[in-house]
Design a protein around this ligand. Structure first.
Ligand SMILES: [Zn+2]
Length: 219
């Protein structure tokens, strides 16, 4: 029995994401959170060396999710899922799709001039675009314009993670804690290289409650 031993040694590779799988997930997420009006489209991406397994392009009227199965992106996906299986693996995948949809939700609400809540974290508050004026920026990212740019993008990434977790709590309640822990862990691991995606200090209940209220304002 050589094959199983090799599989254990190299780690079990997870199946690549497919566009139809992501389309099904997106339909359930939009339905559950009452976001059908977003008109989400799913497009496979061929031959990309972008490391992100899922990418999103959004305007106030369109939300396109790209499914990227390039070698680098698949390796990243493998690492994110680690050895997850069953309900937990399904919940991690749903989280990733809901995160991308979260970007579209934030963009739409902003275009409707809905006021975004500040997000309070261990490194200070990250404020929404529009409030990032007059020096009232995150204590984590005070300083020059580059840092300010990270702070603005950081808000969107944190908000999208929170929208993803909000969906997981509704759709996969038993997987909520493990998914939140995994997201916190992965974001913290990559924080030095990728500060704008670092939501690790901001996934507490009070922010989840603010974001749940915000999602309800979607029309
Ligand atoms: Zn994102």
């Amino acid at each position: 029995m050589l094959l199983p031993i090799i599989a254990v040694l190299i780690g079990v590779a997870v199946a690549p994401l497919t566009a139809s799988e992501v389309a099904n997930d997106a339909k359930v997420i939009a339905n559950t959170l009452d976001l059908d009006d977003l008109k989400i489209r799913i497009t496979p991406l061929q031959g990309s060396d972008n490391p992100s397994p899922l990418l999103v392009k959004y305007t106030s009227s369109a939300c396109t999710i790209y499914v990227n199965n390039g070698a680098t992106a698949h390796a990243v996906w493998n690492r994110f899922l680690s050895d997850a299986d069953g309900e937990y693996a399904a919940a991690l995948r749903d989280f990733a799709v809901a995160h991308e949809i979260g970007h579209c939700v934030v963009a739409r609400l902003r275009s409707e001039a809905v006021e975004m809540p500040p997000l309070l974290g261990t490194a200070g508050a990250v404020l929404p675009v529009g409030s990032v004026t007059s020096g009232a920026v995150s204590s984590a990212f005070t300083g020059d314009e580059t840092a300010r740019g990270i702070s603005i993008k950081n808000y969107d990434e944190i908000a999208s993670d929170l929208i993803g977790l909000h969906f997981i709590r509704i759709a996969h309640p038993t997987a909520f804690d493990p998914v939140r822990n995994r997201v916190r862990e992965v974001r913290a691991q990559l924080a030095a290289k990728d500060p704008m995606h670092d939501s690790s200090g901001y996934l507490a209940e009070r922010n989840l409650a603010s974001i749940a209220k915000l999602v309800e304002r979607f029309e």
